[in-house]
Design a protein around this ligand. Structure first.
Ligand code: SIN
Length: 280
């Protein structure tokens, strides 16, 4: 099999065919896939039939596994791999739909994961797309005056922002001990591999901006979100059976769409993340 790469949209995304992650990759294929990921931020590897352990081993071609915060979604037989499902419920019995609302993963970590990977195991007949926003393009398109205003600003990231419309599943006591209460990251970060600047915000995790009044901070963050999520900066991924999607949390926002029948349809994916650097 020979690797074939094709772009998925003007905004972001590249499709890879001719790869089987259950087998060792040759040096050239591994290097081209890693470069495609840095260049296009969303790497969609089609037609992967992988067990959880094959996924765990296969993702090591791209980096080290990052321990996810909420261990309640960990697979008992392969704890490094978690799952996403619309069949879990909050303690009050209401259904939990993971991934709704734009965000970047685990930004409340000192060194947030560079990438998240999802492998489609069971998909609804239609709907359940994942939308991605290219935050480099969004940054580039800001007026110079806004770029100057953002320079040096840091946001406070927590597990669950008090301003977030989306409520996350509670952490276990063990996880509460393990993860920091709050971390500060720059609102404009520079990608450690491409060297490009992007807007780094997270509506579900940011509680405020260091040294700024709450109302002013919320207005600025909201303006940035509205600007960034314009359609011209987006790629919308329509899942196919066997898709393995790896995205770059350093320079994208993403969200899952819950627009399918939660009672009769199942959306179930394996999830794993890769270690990243401290944002600068
Ligand atoms: C996530 O937010 O990590 C999940 C996105 C999705 O389910 O498509």
């Amino acid at each position: 099999m020979a690797l074939k790469l094709s772009r998925l949209s003007d905004a972001t995304g590249v499709e890879a065919r001719g790869v089987d992650l259950s087998q060792p990759l040759d040096v050239d294929t591994k290097s081209r896939l890693n470069q495609a990921f840095v260049d296009h931020s969303v790497l969609v590897i089609r037609e992967q039939t992988l067990s959880a352990t094959q996924l765990r081993d296969g993702v090591k071609n791209f980096g080290e596994i990052f321990p996810q915060h909420n261990t309640r979604f960990s697979l008992p037989d392969c704890p490094e791999i978690h799952y996403l499902s619309n069949n879990d419920r909050y303690p009050d019995g209401t259904r939990y739909i993971p991934g709704a609302g734009y965000h970047t993963d685990h930004s409340n970590s000192e060194t947030p994961p560079k990438a998240t990977l999802l492998l489609a195991i069971e998909l609804p007949d239609s709907g359940g797309d994942t939308q991605y926003v290219n935050m480099v393009a969004a940054y580039d398109a800001l007026p110079d005056s806004t770029k100057e205003r953002l320079q040096g600003l840091k946001a406070m990231h927590v597990y669950q922002s008090k301003h977030s419309a989306r409520k996350l599943m509670g952490l276990t006591d063990e996880a509460k001990e393990r993860i920091p209460d709050a971390v500060y990251h720059p609102i404009v970060r520079t990608h450690p591999e491409s060297g490009r600047k992007s807007i780094y915000i997270n509506p579900i995790r940011i509680d405020g901006i260091d040294g700024m009044q709450e109302a002013e901070a919320l207005e600025l963050l909201n303006k940035l979100l509205v600007h960034a999520t314009q359609e011209k900066f987006q790629y919308r991924h329509k899942w196919r059976a066997g898709d393995l999607v790896m995205w770059d949390n350093r320079c994208l926002l993403h969200k899952a769409n819950g627009d399918y029948d939660h009672e009769t349809q199942t959306r179930y994916l394996y999830r794993v993340m890769l270690q990243g650097d401290r944002p600068v």
